[in-house]
Design a protein around this ligand. Sequence first.
Ligand SMILES: Cc1cc2nc3c(=O)[nH]c(=O)nc-3n(C[C@H](O)[C@H](O)[C@H](O)COP(=O)(O)OP(=O)(O)OC[C@H]3O[C@@H](n4cnc5c(N)ncnc54)[C@H](O)[C@@H]3O)c2cc1C
Length: 443
Amino acid sequence: MSAIGAHAVVLGGGMSGLMAAHVLADHFERVTVVERDGHETAAPRRGVPQGWHPHALVLKAVDLLDELLPGMKESYVQDGGVPVGMMSQHRLFYFGHQLRQSEAGLDTVWASRPFLEKGIRERLRARSEVTLRQGCFAVRPLAPTRGRITGVVVEKPDGGGPESLAADLVVDATGRTGRTRTWLSDLGYPLPREERVKVNLAYASRILRCGPDVFANDRAIAVGPRLDRPRGLYFTVQEEGRWTLTVYGYGDFRPSADTDEFMAQVRELAPDDVWAVIEAAEPLTEVRVFQVPETYRRRYDKLPRFPEGLLVTGDALAALNPLYGTGMMYSAAYALILDRRLREGIDGLPRRFFKDAGRAVAGSWRFSSLSDSFLPGVGGSGLPGAGLALWYLRRLVAAAEHDAALAADFIRVASALRSPVALARPGVLLRTLRPRTTRTRLP
Ligand SMILES: Cc1cc2nc3c(=O)[nH]c(=O)nc-3n(C[C@H](O)[C@H](O)[C@H](O)COP(=O)(O)OP(=O)(O)OC[C@H]3O[C@@H](n4cnc5c(N)ncnc54)[C@H](O)[C@@H]3O)c2cc1C
């Protein structure tokens, strides 16, 4: 493919920045990734504090990642990521019902966030067009003429003075804070409207060592929130025999960073056999806490004016509830959109990219906002149809306790393989509404 431009710069070397850089390397002669954090370690980086918490690759994320970087799933497994059957090796509780397990052939890979990121970064390093500038942060855009960004000024925290990087395209992948809104404001552009849901969600996680096969079958246990108990637990396998143990909660519930209090919160949520494994495991870290006060979607797609030469991707564009595990999936989805839109040329790229990206995230945003609005302590509810949707969903997961096909239908939607509309298909409706003879309540 002939190059569309000489140089593209990506700001932020997280999942979205790295994936965007892979695409840009197919379209530009040179690509520079500017990342504030310095050297990498196996532990989560300072700039990605969420890396201490579980990072599930939902099924759709695996598919998109493999489309973007063929063979990525396989190389994760070769490097030590743990293959996990979504229906056969996940023990999942929703609204107090355990979904029936089966051999539905829906497979993903579990690993820590630093491990997942490293796999993509190493493939990028192997590309001669790409330079990774670590320990270097973006300060301001270069905008000598109206209507266009022509590069970015970067600095190193340890001095050396500012440096200008000229670029045909700058991609802001700096995560939740995002640089672009400040830059737009400085340059006299309108700011994107933000849609928000106050989720008041908090995570507390700790890494333990106990081997991948510590349970006869399961490699991930997820005890979801209930209406009378808006908190939950994850216990999920990672590379190198480690597991992440997480307690999370909405509203007033605060998972504790104090080890004893944290373990008491775990005990309250963990099934007995899971607790026995946790108690016997070797703790490898302290407990880390992360707060997610709100989820948001920034409507760059609705702006009347936006400079050429600049794009925004990843969490800087939208961050949904992390419990639904869609963040990395959208990193890949936006990168694939970028590829498609660059094939048509660079003129008018922001408008075309934001339009597609906005459309791509719209369904998940509605689903995420609706699901969140069910829980006590979550603001921004009152969405039309929320009451009926909640009644139906609770009935469906209760039926899925005994019906493996229904459980798999639900997981396909929760993993973004299918639209939520699939749960209203006649077959699913019938099996959901069929009178039940057994009732079992679990954690
Ligand atoms: C608690 C929690 C749990 C999550 N769990 C999941 C999950 O299970 N599954 C899932 O798919 N997603 C999950 N996510 C979401 C996921 O972390 C993000 O969606 C994903 O990492 C994509 O983010 P990003 O690359 O846009 O931003 P980030 O990963 O935040 O990366 C931004 C990067 O930009 C760098 N940076 C910032 N400012 C500058 C600057 N001025 N100059 C240079 N560099 C800069 C930072 O150092 C960082 O490396 C979770 C999020 C949270 C908060």
